[in-house]
Design a protein around this ligand. Structure first.
Ligand code: FES
Ligand code: MG
Length: 587
């Protein structure tokens, strides 16, 4: 206790730099130090990398099965350049990657598994600070959740969006155009040949979806939370400036380690309020609701579903990007990107919130410029709409809440009464969607259930049910749809999602019958099943839980322990963190 200036028990002389956690591996003189250093030397590193400098873990979700993240090994080289430049020692390692377009039944089933991989990889290794390389939808929240439970100095570098898709001289957006073109194909408005040609024009460079889908949304969310360098989120994946920013991130994380600027100092209730308000201004993804709740849970920051509604009522929708609006991420970058939006929003943000720069978000964006003469980012005084973000609905169909993205819905359907047409699985729906005899009209409310976190499992993005062919051919392009599922951040429509509790655990969605009347009133935030309580009680008594055929492995653990959407779909035992204390020796 004679020399314990920082309370770490390290016995360092006063005034000497604080020994870092990596020093417990590389700074040892005996047998274990020999082992830790010698095997690292196998890679050709010279002696001075073990001199006590910050070791920066570059946590990489690169994978050729996650095409959105396929360029992240090259991006890692830029981060390393910056780490070396600042006197750190960069070490890159892979973690599980989650490809949204590949993984079945849904990448979401594995978000928490990725988070465990990130958490244990960071804590178990000689790492003093972390750079998270992410991109595709679930890779950003999964990585941030894991790092949050360790709480080292952490910086996120997202991989950036693809260039705008192109088809016959027009810009087409990832995902969004798929939903649109599929509807056109079904309605006979698009040829099979054109449909196939569009497939090649949509994804024409490295990067994640270039609509304001979940990947772009989460890239903006981590920047708004203060976890990513200002101006990072929108830079296209193939733009040289993304590589320059990655190099700067490498430099900055070394300084963050010296400053002991941990994630928990940056990500607070104030920064969540900033991120959630920003999402409303962006017309961002509904998936952000679940991911932000989960990240908050890891950090012990109080955050609840209702905050997403109360905090966004006074927020203007400023960014005209697909799926809610017209433009794409490349346009967004040229128009000024996220800093320009944050600068417009400063009157409704907490401008003092700290960020990875060591400065406040207000300071970061003070000089941001919204490019004149574009319509991509609106000034605060001329919004596309007010309060168009995610609304949280309640009622006897969703006692614990459901969400709807107003900017992506049809205004005429935001107040609606219609008869339910109920499906217990997406396969059951897909089997009849083209049926000309389907008993459906423009007022029908499509209900899909048993597609929640436990029921599917993983809560897939099937909530935006395709419009039945019969109606599509009549030019009807939207119906009220209600489910316990999610939808892709690139999707649109009057779609009520995340109904809680889900049907598989006995939520009231399980009690709806075809022909029941359902009332949606978004203005009043209500979602009501017009069936008397005593009848619902009878139905509840007769209800039997579905058999969930998952008897082993990850799916078993997931189904047993996953929380509902209103709580972020984390596993119950992963909520919170275990810090960065160094574990016992391995030899
Ligand atoms: Fe990866 Fe959309 S599929 S971001
Ligand atoms: Mg998605």
């Amino acid at each position: 206790a004679a020399h314990d200036p920082d309370g770490s028990g390290s016995g360092v002389a006063p005034g000497a730099p604080r020994p870092l956690r990596s020093h417990e591996w590389f700074g040892e003189s005996g047998r274990n130090g020999f082992i830790h250093r010698s095997w690292m030397k196998a890679q050709g590193f010279s002696e001075e990398v073990f001199d006590g400098r910050p070791v920066i873990g570059i946590c990489n979700t690169w994978s050729e099965l996650t095409p959105c993240n396929a360029h992240l090994r090259r991006l890692a080289e830029s981060v390393k350049r910056g780490v070396w430049q600042a006197g750190g020692f960069p070490v890159e390692f892979p973690v599980m990657s989650l490809g949204e377009t590949m993984l079945r039944p849904t990448a979401m089933l594995f978000r928490n598994l990725l988070s465990m991989d990130v958490e244990e990889s960071l804590r178990g290794n000689p790492v003093d600070g972390a750079v998270l390389l992410t991109g595709c939808d679930k890779t950003t929240p999964g990585s941030v959740m894991g790092a949050a439970s360790v709480d080292l100095p952490t910086l996120v570098v997202t991989g950036g969006p693809m260039l705008n898709g192109k088809f016959r001289g027009c810009d087409i957006g990832s995902g969004t155009a798929v939903w649109q073109f599929t509807q056109d194909l079904n309605a006979g408005r698009m040829s099979v040949e054109d449909y196939e040609a569009a497939e090649s024009g949509m994804s024409r460079s490295n990067g994640h979806c270039m609509t304001m889908g979940t990947a772009s949304t989460m890239a903006c969310m981590v920047e708004a939370l203060g976890l990513q360098l200002p101006g990072s989120a929108a830079v296209p994946a193939v733009d040289s400036r993304r590589y320059a920013i990655a190099q700067r991130a490498g430099q900055r994380i070394v300084a963050m380690v010296h400053e002991d600027l941990r994630m928990s100092r940056i990500v607070t209730r104030a920064s969540f309020a900033n991120a959630i308000r920003t999402n409303a201004a962006l017309g961002g993804s509904t998936n952000a609701v679940i991911h932000l709740l989960a990240i908050a849970g890891r950090l012990g920051v109080p955050l609840e579903l209702a905050d997403f509604d109360t905090w966004t009522a006074d927020v203007p929708w400023l960014v005209d990007l697909q799926p809610s609006g017209r433009f794409l991420m490349e346009d967004f970058y040229y128009a000024g990107g996220l800093p320009a939006v944050l600068r417009e929003l400063l009157p409704v943000l907490d401008r003092d919130a700290l960020t990875v720069t060591g400065k406040s978000i207000g300071e970061n964006v003070a000089g941001a410029v919204r490019t004149e003469g574009t319509e991509v980012i609106r000034p605060l005084a001329e919004p596309l709409a007010m309060g168009a973000g995610t609304a949280v609905l309640r009622g006897n169909l969703a006692p614990d809440g459901a969400v709807i993205k107003r900017s992506a819905a049809s205004p005429r359907l935001l107040r609606h009464r219609g008869r339910a047409l109920v499906f217990d699985s997406i396969e059951e729906y897909d089997a009849v969607v083209d049926d000309p005899g389907l008993d459906v009209d423009a007022d029908t409310v499509l209900v899909l259930r048993y597609a929640g976190p436990r029921g599917y499992p993983g809560m897939p993005e099937v909530g935006n049910l395709t419009i039945p062919r019969k109606l599509a051919e009549q030019g009807i392009d939207d119906l009220v749809r209600i489910s316990d599922a999610r939808m892709s951040g690139t999707a649109y429509g009057t779609v009520v999602l995340h109904a809680c509790p889900e049907a598989a655990v006995g939520g009231p969605l399980a009690l709806v019958r075809t022909g029941d009347w359902i009332e949606l009133d978004v203005e009043r935030r209500s979602l009501h099943l017009d069936v008397p309580d005593d009848e619902l009680d009878r139905r509840r008594a007769a209800w039997t839980p579905p058999h969930l055929p998952h008897d082993r492995g990850w799916a078993r653990l997931y189904v047993d322990r996953v929380l509902q959407a209103s709580e972020g779909c984390d596993l119950d035992f992963l909520v919170g963190g275990s810090g960065s204390a160094v574990a016992r020796q391995s030899h």
